[in-house]
Design a protein around this ligand. Structure first.
Ligand code: ADE
Ligand code: ZN
Ligand code: ZN
Length: 265
C-alpha cells in the first residue's frame, strides 16, 4: 500500500503537472532577482527591504505575480507585450493600446516608487510587480507574438517530450542548464561586467531587443515542419538558445538593479 507521504506526493505532483506555466519559471525569476540584488546600492537595498517588510526578500517574492495571476485575471496581460513577429519595431499605440502590457506596467510601477501619495501596501505590491515584470520582458516570447499567444499555441517536442514553444523558453531550456548555484555565479560575473552598457536605453529599447532575439533565434532557428506536426527541438536548437537565455538573464538582472538604484535613492 502506498504510504500517506507517497499518496500526498502523487497528488501534489499530479496537480503541479496540470498547472499552466507562466513567464520565466520560478528559476528564471529567482536568478534575475539574485543578480539584481547583488548590484543594488546600499541605499536601494535598504529601501527595498523596508518596502517589502520582514522575512521577505526580492528573491522570495520574484514569482509572486505569477501566483496571483489566476485569481486576478485583469493582471494577466501585464506579463507580456505582443509585438508582431513580422514587425521591425515596437509601436506602443498598436501593441499596447490600453496600457495594460508589460512595458506600460514597468513604467507605471517604477514611477510609483517615487509617488508620495501611494499607500505602503500598494507600494509593496507595485514593487513586487516591478521586480517580476523586468524579468518577464527579457523572455523573448514575452515581447513577441506570431498569432500564437507568444508561442503558447506552438506544439513542440522538446528532447522527445511534448510541450509548447513558450514553455520551452520559460523553463524547459533553463531547466537543462545545470544547477542554479553554478549558473548564478557565472551570470552575476557577466552581468556586473556589462551592467553599465546594458543599463543604457529605455524600457522600450529593451523590449525591442527582446523582440529581435525572438525573430532571430526563438523563431528563426526553429526547424521547419509540415503544419500540424510538433516542431522537434533538441541539441542543435539548444546550442543557439542557451547563450541567448544567459544574456537575457544577465541583462534583466543588471537592468532591474539600475531601475531600482535610480528610483530608490
Ligand atoms: N498570451 C498572449 N500573448 C502572450 C505572450 N506573448 N506571452 C505570454 N502569454 C501570452
Ligand atoms: Zn510573469
Ligand atoms: Zn511566460
Amino acid at each position: 500500500l502506498p504510504s500517506a507521504f507517497m499518496r500526498k506526493f502523487v497528488v501534489v505532483a499530479v496537480i503541479a503537472g496540470c498547472l499552466p506555466t507562466f513567464a520565466w519559471g520560478p528559476e528564471g525569476h529567482s536568478l534575475v532577482a539574485r543578480i539584481a540584488h547583488a548590484q543594488l546600492t546600499p541605499a536601494a537595498r535598504a529601501r527595498v527591504d523596508a518596502i517589502l517588510g520582514p522575512d521577505t526578500t526580492m528573491v522570495s517574492i520574484a514569482s509572486w505575480a505569477d501566483q496571483v495571476r489566476p485569481s486576478r485575471a485583469a493582471t494577466a496581460p501585464w506579463h507580456y507585450i505582443d509585438i508582431p513577429i513580422d514587425q521591425p519595431h515596437l509601436d506602443m499605440a498598436r501593441d499596447c493600446p490600453k496600457g495594460d502590457c508589460v512595458i506600460a506596467k514597468i513604467e507605471e510601477f517604477r514611477k510609483a516608487l517615487n509617488d508620495p501619495a501611494i499607500a505602503p501596501d500598494q507600494l509593496r505590491e507595485d514593487l513586487m510587480f516591478l521586480i517580476h515584470f523586468v524579468g518577464d520582458m527579457h523572455q523573448p516570447l514575452h515581447c513577441s507574438d506570431n498569432k500564437d499567444k507568444g508561442g503558447n499555441d506552438v506544439k513542440v517536442e522538446f528532447f522527445g517530450k511534448p510541450t509548447n514553444l513558450h514553455s520551452v523558453w520559460d523553463s524547459g531550456l533553463l531547466g537543462r542548464m545545470g544547477s542554479q548555484e553554478r549558473l548564478f555565479g557565472r551570470l552575476l560575473t557577466e552581468s556586473e561586467s556589462h551592467a553599465k552598457k546594458w543599463s543604457k536605453g529605455t524600457v522600450e529599447d529593451w523590449a525591442e531587443e527582446s523582440h529581435k532575439a525572438a525573430q532571430k533565434t526563438v523563431y528563426g532557428r526553429l526547424p521547419k515542419v509540415a503544419a500540424g506536426t510538433p516542431v522537434p527541438i533538441g541539441a542543435a536548437y539548444e546550442k543557439k538558445a542557451d547563450p541567448l537565455i544567459r544574456a537575457q538573464l544577465e541583462k534583466a538582472g543588471a537592468r532591474l538593479a539600475a531601475v531600482l538604484n535610480s528610483a530608490l535613492r
